[in-house]
Design a protein around this ligand. Structure first.
Ligand code: HEM
Length: 418
């Protein structure tokens, strides 16, 4: 008998549906289909936010490297709840700037983020990580939520430390970043707020907070990012105050949820692949390749969008001026043309050209910091884990921007410190 069920008009509508990600995690099956059959696929959306879904490594790389054709101006994500709003009242930040001004803003901070500069932070980040891991010892009998105990506190502490935010305020920063990056998730909203309200309120509260801190640092300069940007010049002119505040906010938001989810997703992947966990525990020289594989596997940023500034061609398709392309980084990171066995989680991969940190003009400014954090946390955690198991449902974030594990309940036994 013929099915009476109607076919959905667009079978890939779920790719930017935050509810889907909360319910089911990453749509790897759909991404695989698209990579094979329609790697550049136009998704018609009645709501007026139609876009091209780009799923292959080479095409995303081509887009990322041509910022003059594919602009980062708003909207940088396909989110119905935000797209519906006529405009979102936030200043433009580095992530939404295009050449030539983008590079000038980026340069202000990138000097602090080189591998050499970041390596100097190693001892400080290690101290923060060791202190956070101590909490695992305290919860050993009862078990804990790994996100709340380890994965979330580390990135917020590190970025707050780099910015120069006093430790007493780290908890408040943590709340604001959840509200900014995770505003699609009702758990991060106050009663009666829409996603947009939450994002806007959190932004205003952060702006007020950082405006005061900026004033304080102008009077009492320190060796931190708040002071550096407060005194920054572009083309011989001081950076406008609102741009400085937006810069603080983007650094905070960009470095937080992403690293948190690589950490929690990384542990989850290791628990789900015990033979891989055993491999890296037996051979700590695999830590570097483990971290890269965690980044590839978890790919915490789901998508970013670009808008075509003129008619152009991509992989045989005509992309018209004004059309939007959505780059699905986690799909690129399972591309069969780049990895032989992309669906396998392997801690000893030799070659791993993942683009979890993006590619081209907007390549992640915090990539070295994030790598250091992941290295430090797993270097201290893995040798101590005698046993670990998941004891309850793994809750996911409602978002189409960040693939997030909100709760990862675990029980474990720790070995004594070596
Ligand atoms: C595992 C952790 C992280 C992941 C997966 C990640 C991922 C990304 C991605 C995919 C982009 C490109 C966005 C685009 O395509 O437009 C990006 C940009 C950025 N990230 Fe990260 N990030 C991480 C950690 C961090 C950290 C720790 C910081 C800060 C210390 C940071 C700061 C930034 C900034 C400022 C940008 C914008 C760069 C620009 O527009 O030129 N990220 N990140």
């Amino acid at each position: 008998m013929a099915s009476t069920q109607q076919q959905p008009a667009e079978p890939y509508g779920h790719l930017v549906d935050p509810d889907y990600y909360q319910r089911s995690g990453y749509p790897h099956e759909s991404w695989r289909e698209l990579r094979t059959e329609r790697p550049i696929h136009f998704i018609e959306r009645e709501q007026g936010d139609s876009y091209w879904a780009i799923t292959k490594h080479a095409d995303i790389t081509a887009i990322g490297r041509q910022p003059e054709i594919f602009s980062s101006r708003m909207p940088v994500v396909r989110d119905q709840e935000l797209v519906d709003a006529p405009s979102i009242d936030l200043p433009q930040a580095i992530i939404t700037l295009d050449p030539p001004i983008h590079a000038k803003y980026r340069e202000l901070v990138s000097k602090r983020m080189t591998p050499r500069k970041v390596a100097k932070l190693h001892d400080d980040i290690e101290k923060i990580a060791i202190r956070i891991l101590k909490d695992l010892e305290e919860h050993e009998d009862a078990g804990c939520d790994f996100v709340d105990t380890v994965a979330a506190p580390l990135p917020i502490a590190v970025i707050a430390y780099l910015l120069g935010v006093p430790a007493d305020d780290w908890r408040q920063l943590y709340k604001w970043t959840n509200e900014s990056a995770g505003s699609s998730d009702p758990e991060n909203r106050r009663d009666g707020e829409s996603s947009r309200d939450t994002m806007q309120r959190a932004a205003h509260e952060q702006f007020r907070y950082f405006a005061e801190l900026r004033e304080e640092r102008l009077a009492n300069p320190q060796d931190d990012l708040v002071t550096l940007l407060a005194n920054a010049n572009v083309d011989g002119e001081p950076l406008p105050v609102m741009d400085v505040l937006a810069f603080y906010q983007i650094l905070l938001a960009a470095g937080n949820e992403t690293t948190r989810n690589a950490t929690s997703g990384g542990l989850l992947a290791l628990i789900e692949h015990p033979e891989e966990m055993a491999k890296v525990q037996a051979d700590p020289s695999l830590l570097g390749s483990t971290v890269e594989e965690i980044l590839r596997w978890t790919s915490p940023v789901i998508h970013f969008a670009r808008t075509a500034t003129r008619d152009s061609e991509l992989g045989g398709h005509e992309i018209r001026k004004g059309e939007v392309v959505g780059m699905f980084y986690p799909s690129a990171n399972r591309d069969e043309d780049v990895w032989e066995d992309p669906e396998r989680f392997r801690v000893d991969r030799k070659r791993n050209p993942h683009i979890a940190f993006g590619v081209g003009e907007h390549y992640c400014l915090g990539a070295h910091v994030a790598r250091l954090e992941l290295n430090v946390i797993f270097r201290h955690l893995l040798p101590r884990l005698a046993e670990v198991e998941i004891t309850g449902p793994v809750d996911r974030l409602r978002s189409n921007l960040i693939g997030g594990v909100k709760r990862l309940p675990i029980r474990y036994r720790l070995k004594p410190v070596a």
